[in-house]
Design a protein. Sequence first.
Length: 128
Amino acid sequence: MAKEFTFRGKLTEELKQLDTREFAKLLKSRQRRAVLRQFQVIENFITRCNKKQTRGKIIKTHLRDLVVVPRMIGLTIQVYNGKTYVPVRIITEMLGHRLGEFSVTRGKVQHGAPGIGATRSSAAMSVK
């Protein structure tokens, strides 16, 4: 039997019923301040997402600093990482975090073999 997820003692269904400002009271100070300052932006984003989702369109955004609130749970949002849009599926564990945390901006470096002249020993080798 899986353990039910709770956020500050509240179940997911209870959190979805809360207003964004009521949810902000459950957050830590920095996230609470961001949610209260960005309240209108968050509300506009959620209404835009609901409209696009009903039409079956992809939700794309550049708003990496947006704090995840309970009304976003279950959405798949494509967050811009500076080069491409990375699909991010919002789950309950993401509450209080920012969208940019889940869209990594720096890719993994894959180094190849060194070329001729890259090291002192390869400089002495013939070019053939």
